[in-house]
Design a protein around this ligand. Structure first.
Ligand code: ATP
Length: 273
């Protein structure tokens, strides 16, 4: 359904974010992107959602296809119309609009009739009963978990075939994160909606997805079925924090961050003097 072939991308023409990423999201699959900070997960999602140019980013090489069509130069609006919706990192609801008006904003590219709109809202409220309870509240006064549900609900109002979901777990309590992943799984199983998900919580992301790609420094380092990735020693040690080498990796990482901090402190000291 979505494929990236040898995609290179940069911001401002100089900050290289992706160095030849290839990946596939089959129809109706849940695919997860894993990787540390700055690995290129969000950039990959922005490329697929037509939002890269808005951040002065651009594709420098490669091909991006959605349903067999080259979409590298399509606008985000056209992609949403074609069934490719995105839920950005940080949730981004309209805080001064009610929960319901936020949901209705998700239909703007389609403009359904009143009756259709009511049916769609009812469908979202069945899936997210918490949003029904809060439908008249200002979105800015709802909890982080409710805002994440609202951002997903708004994307669903555009009737997507594939949702690009960036860090749904960020800043949320574990139970709320589970609830959101369960809803994603149900949407996938019952409505066939596909998901391409960027997530730092590798344990959960691998448990709920079909395929995974581990990005490192703008490249795909490891890929495969999620169950296979979750069983691999290197993935377990580096991304799931389990296994014999995990403690060594953690201590090497903290030693590295201590060295970086020490270097930065020396550099700023020599600038000051
Ligand atoms: P995180 O989990 O921290 O969001 P990520 O895996 O999503 O990380 P990206 O946000 O895609 O990684 O970043 C990839 C690289 O591109 C990083 O070096 C980052 O600093 C850079 N980058 C990301 N967004 C911008 C931007 N708007 N302008 C300039 N550079 C950017």
């Amino acid at each position: 359904m979505l494929s990236l072939q040898d995609v290179h991308a940069a911001y401002d023409g100089i900050i290289v974010a992706l160095r030849g990423v290839s990946l596939e999201v089959p129809r109706g699959a849940i695919v997860t992107l894993l990787g540390g900070n700055g690995a290129g997960k969000t950039t990959t999602l922005k490329i697929a959602s037509g939002l890269l140019a808005a951040e002065r980013g651009a594709l420098s090489a490669g091909r991006v296809e959605y349903q067999g069509r080259d979409i590298a130069r399509h606008s985000a609006r056209d992609l949403v119309k074609a069934g490719l919706a995105q839920v950005l990192e940080g949730r981004h609801v309209f805080p001064h609009f009610s929960v319901e008006d936020n949901l209705i904003a998700g239909t703007l590219v389609r403009r359904p009739h009143r009756r259709q709109l009511e049916q769609q809202l009812e469908g979202i409220y069945q899936r997210f009963p918490r949003l029904k309870e809060r439908r008249r509240s200002l979105a800015g006064f709802t909890s982080g978990g409710e805002q994440q549900m609202l951002a997903i609900g708004r994307a669903l109002m555009s009737e997507p075939k594939l949702v690009l979901l960036d860090e749904p777990s960020m800043g949320l309590a574990p139970l709320m994160v589970e609830e959101i992943f369960e809803i994603m799984k149900a949407l996938n199983a019952e409505q066939g909606i596909g998901f391409l998900l960027a997530e730092q919580n590798a344990t959960l992301a691998l448990r709920y997805s079909d395929f995974g790609y581990v990005l490192e420094n703008g490249q795909v380092a490891i890929s495969g079925k999620s169950a296979d990735l979750a069983a691999r020693d290197d993935v377990r040690e580096l991304y799931l924090g389990v296994g014999r080498g995990a403690a060594a990796v953690r201590s090497a990482k903290s030693a590295r961050s201590r060295r970086v901090a020490a270097r930065q402190s020396i550099a700023s000291h020599s600038l000051d003097t």
